[in-house]
Design a protein around this ligand. Structure first.
Ligand code: PHE
Length: 378
């Protein structure tokens, strides 16, 4: 009786184990996605997770990586340092080896330190602040990569665009406490001045501010032709609406943080922002990606977050595949550093700081729609 009972217990345990490892004669490879699934910029997380999941599904449909099934686990890290560190500590506790995320630089920076200390491969799909991949002494973090361009380039793209549109004066407003926003503001200022422009004013606010009228009065009084606002869409929606109420005539310009299905196109009407990709790009790789995404997600058009989530995931899967190991992360990091990968957002090869060198696009918010305006090579 006793033996039969023991046999039964072992059998159940085996069944449970098998059920936990979907489809896998060869086991699973777990990928943790750290992204804002709730809070003020939740569209960022939704898109990123959808992009990663689609990439994983495509690989799994082709047999996974070396017979192993890719398993995607999404953790809500809210685009902010503390929840992101908590989520990353969970990854460490679970023995995780691969992270796609975070989306926002202020969250990716502390996460990258934990990744580096624990030999966990981190690819941020979208964090554009330079310090994400760098140690304090300026050396490159061995295990940390990104799938996007960086803000010195992004700031220059919009400064050059503004100058080419004939604008000679700008006013900058930014959230001092956000690494991405602050960095992009600095990079725009530098490049705009280099292009012959003048900055007529700079004002800061904090992330929970909702009333921008005092700053916007200064913007109006300065008569600046451009208002540079490199923040996320939730702030752009507030500032844009208040600027229109006040009759501010400056052309609003910003960066990739504007990219969201929840960008208020009425508030942002007349504005321009730099971004990583345009769904209007006619390259076949872009068009088949847009079609695959629309098919899976009820006709939704992928934004840059979804696209870079997909690119970052494919990059990681290709590196694991090419390195012939899902255990030795040092070898995978070495493979990534030397990879050449044809991604949707452009061909990816890494420079010495683990940054891809890629083109940017400028998108216009016009007649209630976001559309392609220009492409800018590095
Ligand atoms: N680049 C932003 C950051 O570093 C994140 C972002 C990328 C947001 C793309 C929207 C679109 O914080």
């Amino acid at each position: 009786m006793k033996t039969r009972f023991a046999f039964f217990v072992v059998l159940i345990a085996a069944l449970v184990l098998a059920a936990c490892q979907p489809g896998a004669a060869g086991g699973t490879i777990k990928i943790s996605v750290l992204a804002p699934m709730s809070g003020q910029v939740a569209t960022f997380g939704d898109s990123t997770a959808k992009g990663v999941q689609l990439a994983a599904e495509e690989w799994n449909a082709k047999g996974g990586i070396d017979g192993k099934t890719i398993e995607v686990v999404v953790k809500d890290s809210q685009c902010s340092a503390d929840p992101a560190v908590n989520a990353m500590n969970q990854v460490v506790g679970e023995g995780g080896k691969f992270v796609i995320g975070e989306v926002c630089s202020s969250a990716s920076i502390p996460v990258s330190e934990i990744a580096e200390a624990n030999k966990i491969i981190q690819i941020s799909p979208t964090s554009t602040n330079t310090t994400v991949t760098l140690n304090a002494d300026g050396s490159t973090k061995q295990f940390v990569f990104r799938a996007c361009f960086i803000d010195p380039f992004q700031g220059k793209v919009m400064a050059k665009f503004a100058a080419e549109q004939g604008h000679t004066t700008a006013f900058i407003m930014f959230d001092q406490g956000n690494d991405y926003v602050r960095g992009l503001a600095e990079n725009f200022e530098k490049a705009f001045v280099e292009a012959g422009g003048t900055i007529l004013g700079k004002e800061t606010y904090t992330k929970n501010d909702t009333d921008f009228s005092a700053i916007l009065t200064k913007v109006a009084d300065s008569k600046a032709e451009v208002l540079y606002l490199p923040d996320y869409y939730n702030i752009v929606n507030l500032v844009g609406a208040q600027a229109k109420e006040k009759g501010v005539t400056a052309v609003m310009m910003g960066g990739d943080g504007w990219d969201s299905a929840d960008l208020d196109v009425t508030a942002a009407e007349g504005g321009f922002f730099s971004n990583h990709y345009s769904p209007e790009d006619t390259r076949p790789i872009v068009q088949s990606w847009v079609a695959a995404y629309q098919k899976k997600y009820d006709g939704k058009t992928p934004d840059a977050l979804a696209t870079l989530g997909y690119d970052a995931a494919n990059l990681l899967f290709a590196a694991i595949d090419q390195a012939d190991t899902s255990e030795d992360t040092a070898k995978i990091a070495e493979t990534l550093a030397a990879i050449e990968y044809e991604a949707v957002s452009g061909k990816i090869t890494f420079d010495a700081q683990h940054n891809p060198v890629k083109s940017a696009v400028v998108l216009a918010v016009k007649d209630g729609k976001v559309s392609f305006s220009a492409s800018v090579a590095p």
